[in-house]
Design a protein around this ligand. Structure first.
Ligand SMILES: [Zn+2]
Length: 130
């Protein structure tokens, strides 16, 4: 079971277990929203239990999904596709120990030009399954 919360505590949740690989997503959308790249892990939509959601806001960033964030402190929290059974949790909001490790870099063709990606993990030019 994973537990997460935003910086101000207006949003908190439990979810899990993970249903797939934890990924670093370097797409343009993720970078603009987060200020760098996403680190996110998928869980089933049905497993997500919002304990507090007073300040939770959803932004429709694309035709295929919405991005959940805290309207007070600005924490990036969720990516939820309209289709599919999964929601991605932003791993910076998870309470330790998570027991998780990043498994892949995705959308590296849109990564920023100000950093390099090491050879430690598999890389995908576009999305893997996310
Ligand atoms: Zn907050």
């Amino acid at each position: 079971m994973l537990r997460g919360a935003c910086l101000c505590g207006g949003v908190s949740y439990t979810a899990g277990p993970p249903t797939g690989t934890a990924i670093a997503c370097h797409c343009d959308e993720c970078r603009r929203q987060s200020g760098h790249h996403f680190a996110a892990v998928p869980v089933s939509k049905r497993s997500l239990r919002l304990e507090r959601q007073d300040t939770l806001r959803w932004y429709r960033a694309s035709q295929i999904g919405k991005r959940g964030f805290c309207g007070t402190c600005g924490a990036t929290l969720f990516w939820r596709g309209d289709e599919g059974a999964h929601v991605h949790l932003l791993m910076g909001a998870l309470k330790a120990p998570t027991g998780l490790r990043l498994g892949a870099h995705v959308w590296v063709r849109e990564k920023g030009d100000y950093y390099d990606i090491g050879a430690d993990l598999p890389t995908y030019r576009e999305g893997e399954e996310c």
